[in-house]
Structure formats: structure tokens, C-alpha cells
Ligand binder design. Sequence first.
Ligand SMILES: CC(C)(COP(=O)(O)OP(=O)(O)OC[C@H]1O[C@@H](n2cnc3c(N)ncnc32)[C@H](O)[C@@H]1OP(=O)(O)O)[C@@H](O)C(=O)NCCC(=O)NCCS
Length: 259
Amino acid sequence: MSALWQRVARLRFAKSDFLACAWNLGALIPAVSPPVGASIRPADPADFPRVAAFTQHADFRGTRMQPNDVEGRYHKGHVCFIAAWRGEIASVSWIRFDDASLRLSGIEAPLRPGEAYVTAVFTLPAYRNRGLATAVAADQLRWLRGRGLRAAFLWVHPRNQAMLNVVRRTGWRPVGRVTQVLWRGKERIPLVNLSAVLDPADPLSLCSSRRLTFTAGVSVFRRGSFAWLPVAELWGSQSPSSTRGESIPFAGPAAGRQT
Ligand SMILES: CC(C)(COP(=O)(O)OP(=O)(O)OC[C@H]1O[C@@H](n2cnc3c(N)ncnc32)[C@H](O)[C@@H]1OP(=O)(O)O)[C@@H](O)C(=O)NCCC(=O)NCCS
């Protein structure tokens, strides 16, 4: 069997998995204080060189930028939140309002008016586990709500435990999941796309066939998770016990003061 798998692996197939999380901006936002020594705010043009320098340390795809890339995003209306620690940028997270696509995986997800997409979340390794990304996420939600936005989305890898902790603590809920088999050539080409709307009561979910498209491959859309790809254990103890064809109740933010 292992020889068979090795042969399959040599054929350059890859599997990818994304959990779509949503925030209803009418909901309560947990009060999360930034750690002592940290300050959080949207970046302004004076910050662009430092933001670009920061992204050179990012160890995940698509986040290394030059100052003109940062400026270009700014002019497109994207907003970069920064958490500074004693004057140095320690954590960054972007918001955009046009598109939640994952182009490297052939996933096209345009946004509608009133929606936002949180992306490129990164904390420098030396500053992790101090609550910076959590405090940034809570500030972003307050900032979005203050601008009258209706909903926000983000994608997270279901095994990214640190990011799952951040989104769970700031009250996001899982609304969809995309599992793909891709051909891993010069580019990644989707062969099979399984898209599950985890909350059947949410017809406009990010993962519904009404809004999500794939650039290639056979696509299957389903309301409720695919039985053999359960989500509950990925989401942890706050998730519902079953996600198969049932509505996922919004667990709400962790107990504590709300804003
Ligand atoms: C995900 C990331 C942004 C979190 O940043 P951060 O500033 O350390 O986040 P916080 O300190 O607010 O919270 C991290 C939480 O994850 C926990 N955590 C960290 N690493 C973990 C791990 N390997 N397994 C389980 N939990 C982990 C921390 O204990 C903390 O939870 P707690 O406060 O309940 O103890 C950071 O780890 C990072 O930059 N990772 C690489 C880029 C990335 O994956 N970005 C997300 C893309 S969607």
C-alpha cells in the first residue's frame, strides 16, 4: 500500500483544505485588551516602508511585498492593521473589500457590497503567543462594524491551530469548507473541488455555488459537511457535536466583557 501511495505522490498530486469562517458584524465583539506594550491601528502611508520590511519575514505564501506593493494595495482600498510592540511592527493583518479568492488554489470568491475579507495575518515568531493577533482581530472587527460593514470572512487551514485559536476567541464561526485535489505542476491546477456549506441556513455562505467558483476541475457543492470530512474535531470543543447537514449554531464569543 505504501508503495502505491509513493507512486501516487510522485505523480504530483496535492490535497488542500480550507475552512471558511464568517463574522456577522451585528454580533457582539469580545473585549480583548492588547498586551501591555502593544498598540494597534490601521497603517498610514508613513508606515508603508516598515510594513514592506515586515513582510520579508513572513514565512507563508503571497505576503512578501515592496513599499510600492503596500501603497498599491492601499490605493485599491485595502487596509493594513499593524500591532506595534515598543515601536516595532510585530503583527500585521490585512482587510480587503473586493475579493476573498485564493488564486494559488484556483478558488474565486468575489465579495458583495458590505462584506470584508481578512487576510495575510502574520505575527513575527519572536512576538507570538502574546495575544497580538487576537487583539488585532478584535480591533479589526470593531473598525469594520464602525464603518457599517455587514459581514467579514477569512480562510484558515483547518490544522493551523494557532490561527484557529485566534478566530475562535474573537467569535468567528465556521461556515464552509473547501477540500481540493490539485495537480502540482508548474502551477497548482484543481482537479477535484469539494465545497461544503456548513450552515445550510446561510444560502449566501462563502462556499455556496452561488458565489464560489473554481478555475478548473470537477466541483461538487453540498449543504452540510461531507460525512467523511467532519469539521467538528477541527474546530475544537466550541464546535457543535455534529456538522452533518445541520445548522451550526453561532457559539458566540468567549465569555467575558463584550463590546
Ligand atoms: C497564526 C498567528 C498569526 C497567531 O499570531 P499570535 O500573535 O501568536 O496569536 P495570539 O498570541 O493572539 O494567539 C495564538 C494562540 O494560538 C496558540 N498556539 C500557538 N501555537 C500553537 C500551536 N502550535 N498549537 C496550538 N495552539 C497554538 C497560542 O497558545 C494562543 O492561544 P492562547 O492565547 O489561547 O494560549 C501566528 O502564529 C503566525 O503568524 N503564523 C504564521 C502565519 C499564519 O499561519 N497566518 C494565518 C493565516 S490564515
